[in-house]
Design a protein around this ligand. Sequence first.
Ligand SMILES: NC(=O)C1=CN([C@@H]2O[C@H](COP(=O)(O)OP(=O)(O)OC[C@H]3O[C@@H](n4cnc5c(N)ncnc54)[C@H](OP(=O)(O)O)[C@@H]3O)[C@@H](O)[C@H]2O)C=CC1
Ligand SMILES: CC(=O)C(=O)O
Ligand SMILES: [Mg+2]
Length: 591
Amino acid sequence: MESTMKDLRGGESVLDMSPRSTVGGGVEDVYGEDRATEEQLVTPWVSSVASGYNLLRDPRYNKGLAFSEKEREAHYLSGLLPPALMTQKLQEKKLMNSIRQYQVPLQKYIALMELEERNERLFYKLLIDNVEELLPIVYTPTVGEACQKYGSIFRRPQGLFISLKEKGKILEVLKNWPERAIQVIVVTDGERILGLGDLGCQGMGIPVGKLSLYTALGGVRPSACLPITIDVGTNNEKLLNDEFYIGLKQKRATGKEYYDFLHEFMTAVKQNYGEKVLVQFEDFANHNAFELLAKYGTTHLVFNDDIQGTASVVLAGLVASLKLLGGTLADHTFLFLGAGEAGTGIAELIALEMSKQTNAPLEELRKKIWLVDSKGLIVSSRKESLQHFKKPWAHEHEPVNNLLDAIKAVKPTALIGTSGVGKQFTKEVVEAMAALNEKPLIMALSNPTSQAECTAEEAYKWTKGRAIFASGSPFDPVEFNGKLYVPGQANNCYIFPGFGLGLVMSGTIRVHDDMLLAASEALAKQVTDEHYAQGMIYPPFSNIRKISANIAADVAAKAYELGVATRLPRPENLVKFAESCMYTPNYRSYR
Ligand SMILES: NC(=O)C1=CN([C@@H]2O[C@H](COP(=O)(O)OP(=O)(O)OC[C@H]3O[C@@H](n4cnc5c(N)ncnc54)[C@H](OP(=O)(O)O)[C@@H]3O)[C@@H](O)[C@H]2O)C=CC1
Ligand SMILES: CC(=O)C(=O)O
Ligand SMILES: [Mg+2]
């Protein structure tokens, strides 16, 4: 009976290893339906075997023309499909041909979302086999445009929308979701969607996109992933005045009302899914992000991708770049444009890693790192008025009010853009870096492409090919003076899928900074001499599942070492174990 339940839910159960409360027959009583008294309300969920027309309409099981003759016969599909038979490989070829015909990236995005709604395994097969081509569609930059236009491209709702209307009833809302064995939730409140600002409820494209990468890049099965958008209103006037806006038409709730609502959500999540569900905070504004992470970091398995995932991926790129630059991390000086979640998150992890390497105090090492915000260089005279997460970076220095002067004052070896504002690394700025450094390290991390601080071409051209460059959104390779330069994509999507897999496969209950360092190191190790020869400081995405398995293994190893992994005994070979846990989208045969 238990195996039938698993089959019906469509998942490989390898990751599903937590002890469960079961009643007669071993069927889970996750929602307490069997324990409920007559007065208690339960959700009347049913499981049934799909066949015939319904089978073709069920994205989890639909295979389209890949249903065999035998399956067509056995499952009442005769006549519902044209006679041709196609392999999954041929279906993939056909779909890639048709996607490539669209000129507009948003059309490709819509085509892929429609495929996901129609045939989930084929969607993931396409994504995994064509990751470098399709990542810019399901993820940055196109996902940003999709969020901006979400109202007009919205067909069928994806994920869970939890709005203030559901206050007091969030647990019930969670129970409306058809899957119970959830392992990863990505949640946003839509206030800082990439560098595009407050997109309210339309931010749903981000959790949906991130979770499709959890599956494609990290192998967490789709049924275990839950995208959630918390709708507490929006301060985006354009959306508030748009008759087609899909969210709550009110200003954002703040203060106690906001935090009480988020607390109800976090409590309901733990109550419904237990201790080991990973909650990834995504694209919250910084005035809430740091506080939520600090508040729930001690009681829940939470991870802030913008603060922690970004820090881990950038640290990996910096460690790898030392092979090209020489020296140790502590020999370098870092300057950030942007002192928010990404900027201060990265800065803190660099300082932590330097401190581990040198045994010097963190406070001393922070002095190697400088940040510029919208008011200029962060210096001690500004300390009183700074948000708490900027205060550790207020070093002794006279005020400097623009980036170019900050470069001249600080003389950085690495310049990192995390401002969310495009084109801030002007020709003068990049040339100033090139004047100071033989090989200036330049990272333009802001997303989507429109918000990148500079393009790859500008970085190579303005440094006469001397820059080591990486960006948050992808740029094509650039030919300069007859040489081909391959820019890296410093994006947290290198980290979070493998990081999350490592946590869930080991049953880890809390995230620790040492796990971020382990993930960083695992990623940096994947850069080979061949990559360095092309100026790359990240490995290519074509290898991402192997990279994710290695990250997962090292994160899990750290969790076991720290005593926060509950899946016992510890598997001996964690890389092999990670690989065995990963979802693969090949079709299954139906009896
Ligand atoms: N590549 C990747 O993997 C990731 C990229 N990002 C990208 O990084 C960007 C920032 O994200 P996040 O840190 O969360 O955002 P935040 O809002 O937390 O921080 C933005 C920071 O930039 C500063 N800033 C804004 N405008 C300027 C300006 N004109 N000059 C100097 N500083 C400025 C802000 O200053 P002030 O505090 O004074 O307002 C603030 O310190 C986004 O575009 C996001 O897409 C984020 C996460 C991951
Ligand atoms: C990549 C990412 O998480 C961001 O830009 O917000
Ligand atoms: Mg983000």
